[in-house]
Design a protein around this ligand. Structure first.
Ligand SMILES: *Cc1c(COP(=O)(O)O)cnc(C)c1O
Length: 228
């Protein structure tokens, strides 16, 4: 067994355990976060059954997508600059980091000219940390109204991140994420809002216990990232 195979098996077992503890009875989708990891690691994960990958930077996703033909869902989850939106729309199946009205409108515009309806999640900054992007919970109504006005954007869920703290401290943040997501479901047509994306290496089990339906995990599968 390779290291990735072993780690992936462990992550899947931990997800399954947390699903059993969750009061919501949800099924959890794993996004393997491949940023800063080589294409070979991504290919191996896909061979082992991973169906969704996550990248933070448009250029890295573009390059990897060009060299990889495997059928996999490409999630973009890093903060987007306005001037990168056109390329993001061209290469992302799903943009999880739709974090401001400005970016929402730009995605709408670029998707329209590309003849595409772009699937997105609205990202919320629940903890209010300066270093994090996203709509504040107070902006909920505005964010939803702005998204509804975009004819070439389809909101499918909510994404949030907890502070990088001891895992138990993340629980209230995830609980609020679930509450906002439940509100969001009421705002859009039945069956459109299906995904609550929260939980990373450090805290995914707690996120699942609090109702996450998607977790984004990098380090626990691929090891530490080598930033270059
Ligand atoms: C990097 C990143 C992840 C994965 O983080 P790990 O701690 O390596 O699991 C998940 N979500 C977002 C938005 C990220 O930027």
């Amino acid at each position: 067994m390779s290291e990735i195979e072993e780690r992936l098996a462990q992550v899947r077992a931990r997800i399954a355990e947390a699903e059993r503890r969750s009061p919501y009875g949800q099924e959890v989708t794993l996004v393997a976060v491949t940023k800063f990891h080589p294409l070979e690691d991504m290919e191996e994960a896909i061979r082992l059954g991973v169906t969704q990958v996550g990248e933070n930077r448009v250029q890295e996703m573009e390059e990897k997508r060009r060299s990889l033909s495997a059928p996999v869902v490409w999630n973009l989850q890093g903060h987007l600059q306005k001037n990168k939106v056109k390329k993001a729309v061209a290469c992302a199946d799903l943009i999880q980091s739709c974090d401001s009205e400005e970016i929402l409108k730009e995605i709408d515009k670029k998707a329209e000219s590309a003849g595409k309806v772009q699937d997105v999640f609205l990202e919320f900054n629940i903890s209010g940390e300066e270093s994090k992007y996203g709509f504040s919970p107070e902006e909920f109504k505005n964010a939803v109204e702005a998204a509804k006005a975009c004819t070439h954007v389809r909101v499918k869920g909510l994404m949030c991140m907890a502070p990088n703290e001891e895992p138990e401290k993340t629980r209230p943040v995830f609980r609020e994420g679930r509450r906002l997501w439940t509100e969001m479901k009421k705002e859009f047509p039945e069956g459109q809002i299906t995904i609550l994306s929260m939980g990373m290496t450090n805290d995914f089990e707690i996120a699942i216990e609090e109702g996450a339906t998607m977790v984004r995990i990098g380090t626990a599968i691929f090891g530490a990232r080598q930033y270059h």
